[in-house]
Design a protein around this ligand. Structure first.
Ligand code: GAR
Length: 216
């Protein structure tokens, strides 16, 4: 099996396409990311192609080396660094985040690989408006190293989940999931790569679904 054949081994639920979810008014998104930013870029690309009616008002990142900053620049999206090492306490970080999101008039907060625990400061300011993506079929394998956890557990199917964030890490109402089979020769890298193909597929869809379901 070649890579593109392997990438097709997946099931998404619910089975729906972006063109079938109409959003009247552009969603004003604020993206929080800690790493590479491929999921942020997927959203930017879905917006540019007109398949997701939204605008990314700001990208907030917490790690000076995060590649997401360069990706945001490439798409002309303002990126703000809030280095958690310079800000004392999780609540203080979240207060700074909320201030930026409010200033930008954000109505949906998208955690696209945000690797910090968030507090009620953010979750109450944006109640039911914070969306997270996680590389496992929740509620299995919460927290860090989710891909490695799945390999270590010996499960044969894993995947990714997009959900509304609640206080407990990687918990909250599930919007959408994609299942990805684990192959005998998978390493954490090959498996994560295939999971990311599915993340990029379901992330814009799940955001559109949330907006339809819960209003803008
Ligand atoms: C994604 O795989 C996402 O599911 C994961 O971080 C990666 C970010 O990739 N998130 C978590 O593990 C959150 N618990 P990206 O920077 O290329 O978008």
């Amino acid at each position: 099996m070649n890579k593109s054949e392997k990438d097709k081994l997946s099931v998404i639920s619910p089975a729906i396409e972006l063109k079938d979810i109409k959003i009247e008014k552009p969603l004003r998104l604020g993206v929080m990311a800690s790493g590479s930013g491929t999921n942020m870029e997927t959203l930017a690309s879905a917006i540019e192609s007109g398949s997701l009616n939204a605008v990314i008002r700001v990208v907030i990142y917490n790690n000076p080396d995060a590649k997401v900053a360069q990706r945001a620049e490439k798409w002309g999206i303002p990126a703000v660094l809030l280095d958690h090492r310079q800000i004392k306490g999780r609540e203080a970080l979240d207060r700074a985040i909320v201030e930026i999101l409010r200033k930008e008039g954000v109505d949906w907060v998208i955690m696209a690989g945000w690797m910090r625990i968030v507090t009620p400061v953010l979750l109450q300011a944006y109640a039911d408006r914070v969306i997270n993506i996680h590389p496992s079929l929740l509620p299995s394998f919460k927290g860090i190293r989710a891909v490695e956890q799945a390999l270590e557990a010996g499960v044969k199917i894993t995947g990714c989940t997009v959900h509304i964030a609640r206080q407990e890490v990687d918990s909250g109402p599930i919007l959408m999931q994609a299942a990805v089979p684990i192959l005998d020769d998978d390493t954490p890298e090959t498996l994560h790569e295939r999971i990311q193909v599915q993340e990029h597929r379901i992330f814009p869809l799940a955001i559109a679904l949330a907006a339809r379901k819960f209003g803008v």
